[in-house]
Ligand binder design. Sequence first.
Ligand code: CP
Ligand code: NVA
Length: 306
Amino acid sequence: MSARHFLSLKDCTPQELVSLIRRGIELKDLRNRGVLFEPLKNRVLGMIFEKASTRTRLSFEAGMIQLGGQAIFLSPRDTQLGRGEPIADAAKVMSRMLDAVMIRTFAHSNLIEFASNSLVPVINGLSDDLHPCQLLADMQTFLEHRGNIAGKTVTWIGDGNNMCNSYIEAAQQFDFQLRIACPEGYEPPPEFLAQAADRVQIFRDPREAVAGAHLVSTDVWASMGQEEEIAERLKLFAPYQVNRALLDTAAEDVLFLHCLPAHRGEEISEDLLDDPRSAAWDQAENRLHAQKALLEFLVEPAYHHA
Ligand code: CP
Ligand code: NVA
């Protein structure tokens, strides 16, 4: 199968990633100026959601419509996937009818299996391991607010989860140093840490990890699928809340990002999203622009100005 997929930031070169982000900024400007740009007319994106979503669904669906195409929401409850049709069979059939497929699933291996049987590009809309589309938006937001991230220090506070793993990949692809502050036993998986040993450091003390940082980010303490662990996690993660006092110890021009949804009073203080150092709303909006650039790149590469 020769289609180009986006399951991880590692599926693109650093140059391609930079050009995707620049293109996201251009597409944002076109939309803000009311310019119609419809390179994906008659193209159809299938979107398989095995987990809940607000931003990912809306940004892909609105993005396809704005690019002149259409998106179809597929819930496993209503397709034969939910009744045990093999992933490989579904991939072979769906990819004969669609121009690209976005999948939000649990095991990352589901994405790999689908992609290896798909005739069209497959996009990771979040798996238990990675959330690469969110990182496109995060990197676009940092560039817009603070400029080039290369050489900067980024601090991840909280769970060593899918977002944290994508930050590890981003550290390698966008050339920054990553500090991770997490409780013992909640580090990212060793295979992610091993790829980036020269760029990633683990801390126990969030203050030590944040000192001098240019970007601070966090995420919920219990991800989708970990609902039964919530009570235990709330106790263990309590010292890892990001609040204004913690941000005060970072670089003076620190930017705070949160992929959302946020749990105020848990991983962030009640007031943090309203702090001038937070760009979380721009970050959420940038899902739309960054993913439009990604769709254009994967589905109609001729329109992508590298
Ligand atoms: N950040 C993010 O992926 O949000 P949703 O779960 O709402 O899609
Ligand atoms: N880590 C979170 C991210 C949600 C966008 C989860 O997987 O639920």
